[in-house]
Design a binder for this molecule. Structure first.
Ligand code: NAD
Ligand code: MG
Length: 384
């Protein structure tokens, strides 16, 4: 009997982005393991066209109707879905076993839930959907028996460290954090940070929103809440340590004092591949790690006084209810304002904190109430 698994048939939502690009590298390297059966992209239709030609049997979804028509006319009339309805539809196609959600922000939430409701496995890059509605996502998955496979490098690392171990033996999760480009900046420096400076991440090449999140440390804050839901671990057992080299992607400490860590080069192809081929391992496109060339690994405590994102996220994650959704939506809005020159870098934290104080709190929200809280946070920040 062959030890190889069957081919996994994968829909990629957000195929034209940074995670989408890593996913395509993995799919090209492992054609006997991964078949791309669906692709979506919103902004870059020329890239979506290239991918559609490379994967001629993939179902497609574009952003707007006009882009869909543009694509279809260049693909000999091949059908192209579009918009939110098209995405929901693509997440449910019968050809797929697994849906990878790599759409920036919360736009991937409903397609993710649809995929789970259809019994498909879900690979999650879009941490925002777990921050906003982690309880709902995990509940639907456990009802339908679908697996949730983390793509975010920290959670993928923890997933690897936890494999097959008794969860009651976990003392704490330790998320590593590069510290971003302003790890050693002063309070005065932070006042004058420009979008160009904030977009220049020291160790990872990523999309714009997550690059800003990495500079404010909201990325790590969102990841703390993401970890809570993915692994069912309370917030007080989730810690953060600054590790500037981004080689250890995260760690698990067990009750006997042993710490397991996962290391690899700073390449998202590895966590994407592990999620798509789980539980198998294969030679893939990820560059091997040369520890001797690297020389050293450093660690330091996060500066929570200068970077309030971690405390805000801990508060939101502990309170639960609508508070994480408000934090997440306010952050999305504030990042956009910062990128468009409408607010300063430290105002991102201030705006999120204000929205968390002002938007009415619901302790046990329905999905509709979470969506309302998300909208209320954005509206609150727009009105100010
Ligand atoms: P990106 O901006 O590079 O790409 C986003 C993708 O989503 C593109 O294909 C875009 O066309 C599509 N998209 C954007 N808005 C959309 C909408 N409203 N509806 C439908 N499609 C839309 O982003 P990215 O860096 O690839 O990040 C994607 C997600 O993965 C984010 O949630 C991010 O936090 C997470 N993530 C990224 C990295 C990384 O290294 N880039 C690492 C860990 C987690
Ligand atoms: Mg991460």
């Amino acid at each position: 009997m062959s030890i190889g698994m069957m081919k996994r048939r994968v829909v990629v939502l957000g195929a034209t982005g940074s995670i989408g690009g890593s996913t395509m590298r993995v799919a090209r390297a492992l054609p006997e393991k991964i078949e791309i059966v669906g692709l979506s992209g919103r902004q870059n239709k020329a890239l979506l066209l290239d991918l559609a030609r490379e994967f001629p049997s993939a179902a497609l979804c574009a952003g707007e109707e006009l882009s869909a028509a543009w694509l279809s006319s260049r693909l000999g009339g091949r059908p192209v879905r579009h918009g939110d309805q098209g995405l929901l539809n693509l997440a449910a196609i019968s050809e797929a076993d697994l849906v990878l959600v790599a759409i920036v922000g919360t736009a991937g939430l409903k397609p993710a839930l649809r995929a789970l409701e259809c019994g498909k496995d879900l690979a999650v890059a879009s941490k925002e959907i777990l921050v906003m509605a982690g309880e709902e996502v995990m509940a639907v998955a456990s009802r339908t028996g679908s697996r949730i496979l983390p793509v975010d490098s920290e959670h993928n690392a923890i997933f690897q460290c936890l494999e097959g171990r008794d969860p009651s033996t976990v003392k704490r999760l330790i998320l590593t954090c590069s510290g971003g480009p302003f790890r050693n900046s002063s309070e005065a420096d932070l006042l004058n940070v420009t979008p160009e400076q904030a977009l220049r991440h020291p160790t990872w090449a990523m999309g714009r929103k997550i690059s800003i999140d990495s500079a404010t440390l909201f990325n790590k804050g969102l990841e703390m809440i993401e970890a809570k839901w993915l692994f069912g671990i309370p917030m007080e057992k989730i810690d953060v340590v600054i590790h500037p080299q981004s080689i250890i992607h995260s760690m698990v400490e067990f009750i006997d004092g042993s710490i397991m860590a996962q290391m690899s080069s700073t390449d998202m192809a590895l966590p994407v591949q592990f999620a798509l081929t789980y539980p198998e391992r294969h030679e893939g496109p990820c560059v091997p790690l040369d520890l001797a060339a690297l020389g050293r690994l450093d660690f330091q405590a996060p500066r929570t006084d200068l970077f309030p994102a971690l405390d805000l996220a801990r508060r939101a994650g502990s309170a639960g209810g609508t508070l994480p959704a408000v934090l997440n939506a306010a952050n999305e809005a504030a990042v956009e304002d910062f990128l468009n020159g409408r607010c300063s870098f430290p105002q991102i934290w201030e705006n999120v904190a204000r929205a968390m104080d002002q938007v009415p709190f619901v302790e046990h929200p329905s999905l509709e109430q979470l969506i309302e809280a998300d909208l209320a946070a954005r509206t609150y920040l727009k009105r100010r």
